[in-house]
Design a protein around this ligand. Structure first.
Ligand code: NAP
Length: 342
């Protein structure tokens, strides 16, 4: 096919012409089409829900997880975890720009991070050199394609690359938090000690009048302590987000039965929808950033307990989200240290 879609439908081979997320297989064969960029890929950041699932399914063995990633990319022409439906993003260097491209997203030689999901990015892996199950980063050699409407960030030279990759993977979450949290809101952040959770806790604490209005919730004391270090003064709470009633009772006790205006879900495991729903007050909101969220469980679950609340699907994109998040890292040494540690 000689024409190129700005959304990449021309790269779908099964079914032909599908949008890249829906396609079972994408094709990366050359030559480049107008508007496309060819990227020499150096590192993948597998999204947390996907890496958590792959690690559990393959005995937490980096070699087996690497083989599983290789097999998915070989079969699908993209890193699209069939269980979680999620991907991640990558960094690499622009190797070539398609012909007749009036406004390329970046120039040949630029080091970039993709801001569109690996589930929509044609990818070929020639080699996997290292799989880090803690940072979820995978050192590879391969190539990828971006389309005219793809999103990317040229890597800044004032921040470490692995830190930038980790932060940009979740940069939609702090940007959306900035939009959603008002000064009088009481906010519950679930998975607050993880990557996106730390960033969201930091932003929410800046938005409210009193940081105590923000409840940072995570699995273990030492993990939730990270959120409190990023945003001193927030209320901390420890427990299991799959225990919906337990979390509801804890939030009720902490808020004098008022419950919270907004829940931000940043966990990497399934079955946390009901905990969010029961912790939210009447006409409150939930932002499901987690990729382990089940739409049916959330929609039918809210109905089943008579909760009149608004639930937002975690769109990973918000205009300016990458710059917003990188500026957070520039302004806070603590954030840089905590995210580098993740
Ligand atoms: P992360 O760093 O792994 O953080 C997840 C946090 O949740 C961890 O602190 C984890 O604790 C905690 N947690 C796990 N199970 C829990 C439980 N039962 N109760 C309480 N806390 C629990 O993940 P991330 O990189 O921030 O990503 C968070 C989510 O966002 C993932 O689902 C990821 O796939 C998703 N995501 C969404 C988008 C989007 O565009 N919407 C983009 C990127 C990522 P442990 O460390 O002890 O497990």
């Amino acid at each position: 096919m000689d024409t190129a879609s700005p959304f990449g439908t021309h790269r779908a081979v099964d079914p032909a012409g599908a949008l890249p997320y829906q396609a079972k297989r994408l094709d990366l064969s050359l030559p480049l089409k107008p508007g496309e960029l060819l990227i020499d890929v150096e590192r993948l950041n597998i999204d947390s829900a996907s890496m958590t699932q792959l690690a559990a399914a393959h005995g937490h063995d980096p070699e087996r997880v690497g083989a599983a990633i290789d097999a998915i990319v070989e079969t699908c022409g993209k890193m699209h975890n069939p269980v979680t439906g999620s991907g991640g993003m990558l960094i690499g260097r622009v190797a070539a720009v398609g012909p007749d491209t009036a406004k390329p997203l970046a120039q040949v030689g630029d080091r970039i991070a993709t801001l569109v999901s690996l589930t929509t990015t044609p990818l070929r892996l020639d080699r996997i050199d290292n799989v880090d199950l803690t940072s979820h980063q995978v050192v590879v050699k391969g190539q990828a394609l971006l389309f005219e409407n793809s999103l990317l960030a040229v890597l800044p030279d004032d921040l470490p690359e692995t830190l930038v990759l980790a932060a940009l993977d979740v940069c939609g979450a702090p940007a959306q938090t900035h939009r959603l949290v008002g000064p009088d809101d009481r906010v519950l952040i679930i998975g607050a000690g993880g990557k996106s959770g730390i960033l969201c806790t930091y932003v929410a604490a800046k938005q409210v009048r009193d940081p105590r209005q923000v409840i940072a919730f995570d699995y273990k004391d030492e993990i939730v302590a990270r959120a409190a270090e990023a945003a001193p003064g927030v209320t901390t709470m420890v427990g299991d987000a799959t225990d919906a009633v337990g979390l509801m009772l804890a939030v009720s006790a902490a808020t004098d039965h008022a419950m919270v205006d907004l829940v931000i879900n940043c966990v990497n495991v399934p079955n946390t929808e009901m905990a969010c729903i029961l912790a939210t007050k009447d006409r409150g909101r939930i932002y499901f950033f987690s990729m382990a969220t089940n739409f049916q469980a959330a929609a039918l679950g809210a109905e089943s307990v008579g909760q009149d609340i608004d639930m937002l699907i975690g769109n990973g994109y918000a205009r300016g989200h990458a710059d917003f998040t990188l500026d957070l890292l520039r302004e806070s040494e603590v954030l840089r240290r905590l995210l580098q540690g993740r």
